[in-house]
Design a protein around this ligand. Sequence first.
Ligand SMILES: [Zn+2]
Ligand SMILES: [Zn+2]
Length: 147
Amino acid sequence: MSDTRAQADGRLVERLRGAGMRVTPQRLALHRLLAGSHRHVTAEGLLREASGELPGLALPTVYSTLELFVELGIVRRVAAPGAARYDTDARPHDHFTCATCGGLFDLGSGGAGHDEAVRAAEAAGHAVAAAAVVVTGRCATCRRGDD
Ligand SMILES: [Zn+2]
Ligand SMILES: [Zn+2]
């Protein structure tokens, strides 16, 4: 994507100020690592990536920053098994997760397959905000070693 650092910073500053929150060097640096690419990260992975630029950064700070980004609609927490994954594409879409390697793969926006689940949730009196599916199994790469 053609997203410059300055544009990414500007968007974050706007969102933080809009929510009455402080702009910190950690928030800016972590947001830069996430902006402009669609991927799924764990807090541990992001900490490793950021540790060069932010030597004093600790895991709880990475977690709380990611949770803040979830609140601001910048990333989305994926309800996959294992460590919490944060998706830089905040739009609802479905995932496949591999029980063998822990890989997380996008499956597109889906939608039609969710109708039944959404209707069931509404019938139970819940207000539905979004529906996304996580399919689990063994990914194509891991299956190649199955023969
Ligand atoms: Zn796999
Ligand atoms: Zn995704």
